[in-house]
Every structure is written in structure tokens, then in C-alpha cells.
Design a protein around this ligand. Sequence first.
Ligand SMILES: *Cc1c(COP(=O)(O)O)cnc(C)c1O
Length: 427
Amino acid sequence: MKQALSKKLFAEALKFIPGGVNSPVRAFRAVGGQPFFARRAKGARVWDVDGNEYLDYVCTWGPAILGHAHPKIVAAIKAAAARGASFGIPNALEVTMARRIRQWVPGIQKVRMTNSGTEACMSAIRLARGFTNRDKIIKFDGCYHGHADSLLVKAGSGALTFGSPDSAGVPAAFTQHTLVLPFNDADAIEAAFAANKNQIAAIIVEPVPGNAGLYLPQPGYLEFLRDITAANGALLIFDEVMTGFRLARGGAQERFNVLPDLTCLGKIIGGGLPVGALGGRAEIMDLLAPLGPVYQAGTLSGNPIAMASGIANLDALADGNVYQKLEDRGRQLAAGMREAAKAAKISVQFNSCGSMFCAYFCHQPVHNLADAMKSDRDRFAKFFHGMLAQGIYLAPSQFEAGFISTAHTPADIEKTIRVAHKVLRRL
Ligand SMILES: *Cc1c(COP(=O)(O)O)cnc(C)c1O
């Protein structure tokens, strides 16, 4: 595999960009080695600057549910750009986007666009506090809700990959109202509500946590979160930045049939452009400025190019067959990878939900962060590099989910499994 150009670019990047990257996990620190530099991508494939081709299971960390450079998205972006990159004045595409989201996400009556998932989660917390007049929030260890101060406590994704869940530069006072609990543990929630009567504004949760690898809510757990928040006058916030339009058209809330009060969205709704959104029950959403006292704003929020890209992505998901296809591919990959691990006599917990997946190298099932931490990360790193050398690009960290797009064919999945057989045998 040629790497000369990627190496040269990374050496230069290190001089001008902290760590050479604009988001930490991209630096490959969790698996060792150096990142490759992408030149272009199409469908399920990415090509680097040295001409290597990869079958891509990162899908730009989730947004590329149709694969890369989908012709309808490319056309929508071009047309919107030609009309002007940004207005800072209301435009019709914002209304179309809001209508789509409301139509398909069951828990959303009104929605406000942001420029990232981080902003959406940050604003959802502020709104929940403003609505309930309470300060405390519950989050789960291993869940990632972007890099806002009060949420960067025992967070997943890059914060976890680097073994420093708590960031420097966050005053203790900023996180003193954040209670962190283990996922899939009902007793811990009950105890927290009992010890903090009438003080908890909200629970924020990834309904299917995908930022410490991937693990699923145990049957009844999301319903339990719904009931206990309602019984205590607290809001339930589903952070569906990753799962929204991914696990079903209406996200995890549709898949598991549990309605949150507020929902955070991002990733897929931008079709690859920087977008987030926060939506929910109208009576809560109407507390946002300019109607209400909870301030929230953005110079580029509702940006016409981003809206055009996102709408094109969502429109393609209107076809009901899309999700069946993603489920089928997900099942095919899971079955094949479990078989490959078995054949190689290696303990792998292959967790999957629809088109999301994660392979943990450990003996016990993974239901929460503590379980995930038992995985053998050195072994994962070897697996990652073995797959990469054969042109299969997985997320460069044990603590990230993989994604399948509609552009991944059964033959692509078959090839992935074939390579995994080889790589696992050599671990
Ligand atoms: C990616 C992600 C975020 C942060 O979104 P950004 O657009 O990266 O700021 C928040 N929550 C979850 C669940 C995510 O997966």
C-alpha cells in the first residue's frame, strides 16, 4: 500500500494543526500509525491521495447513509450554492426541512436548526433547565453529547478513546449539576431521583449508545426512562444525532416506540454538511427565543446549502425499502463476522442494531461502558490495521460504531467477511 503522499501531508499538518487533525479520533492515536488523507469518495468507497481504495464503514461517522457523493445530494448542493451560500434571512428550505423532520420523527412537533450536534445537545440542556426551572441533569457514562462543558463528563467518542473522559479547561463548577450514571441500570436512576427530589431537569441519553462502541438498551429500559422522568416532572431527551434517520426513519424513538420530550439530531439530516437540530413538544420548544426566555441562536443556522443537502438526503429515505435494505445488510454482516470470529476461535462480541455495529474483543456481552472497557484494545488495533491493509476501513477506535450505507452491496459485505476471516485467524 503506497502511503508517501499521506505521510507527507500528515507531517505538514502536524506543523499547523494541533495533532494534525480537526477532530481527535481521526488522528489514529487509538490504533497507532498515521491517518490516510482522503482525495475523493463515491458510494461505499473512499480513495486516498496515494490512490488506495477502501471500502468505507465509517461513512463520515454516520451522515453518508446513502453512500458518498450521491448524485441527488451533489445536485442539490450545487443548485443551492448558485443561489447564494448564506442569507441570514429566512428561506423556504428551512420550512421544508422542519416539515420533513416533524413528519417523520414522532416526538418532534417543532424544531430549531443548529450547525452541529454539539450545539443541539447544549441547547437541549439549556431548554430543559429553562422549562423545568431545575438545574441538575443525568447523563450516562460512555454517552457522548458533543463537547459542551457540562456534557463533557465521562463522555464517549474521542474523550473516551484518549482515556481522559474529563477535559482540562472545564471548571468543576460547570459540571457539578451533571450526574453521571451507568447505562442499563434502573436502580441507579431510581436512587438518583430519590436523592435529588424536584431537582432533576432531564435525562439525556443516546437511546442506542454508539460512542463507546455500540450497545443496546435492555428490553424495557427506555420505557423505564420515559416513565420515571414523567413521574418526576423531568424531561427525557433522546440524543439521536447518530441514531436519527439511521435506526428507522423516525430514529430509535420509532424503532423502540418510546417518545422523548426533546430530540437532538445531526449527522444524517445534513447529508454531509455541518448541521444539527433540536426538536420536541411545541410547549417546550416555544420557550426558545424569540418567543420565550431561553436564548439560542446561530449566524449560519438553517444555512440554505446545508438545508438543501439534508433535504435531499432525507427525501431519498422516504422510500420504505431503504430501511429494509439496511437491516438486511446489517444482519448479513453480523452473522458473517460472528461466524468468522468463531472459526478463528477468538472471543468477539459483535453488537449490531440495524445498520450500526461494533466488534468488541472480549468474552462477556457488552451492555454498558464498564463491559466495553474490558475489551482488548491492542487486539482491536491489530484487527483494524489488518482490515485496513486489505482495503476495509473501520473506525480507528474500539470505542466508535461502524456504519453501513445503502451503497454497500451484499457482495461488499461478503468481501468484508472474507477478509475478516483471514485477519482474525492471524491475530
Ligand atoms: C456526533 C454526535 C454528537 C456531536 O455532534 P457534532 O456534530 O460532532 O457536534 C452528539 N451526540 C451524538 C450521539 C453523536 O453521535
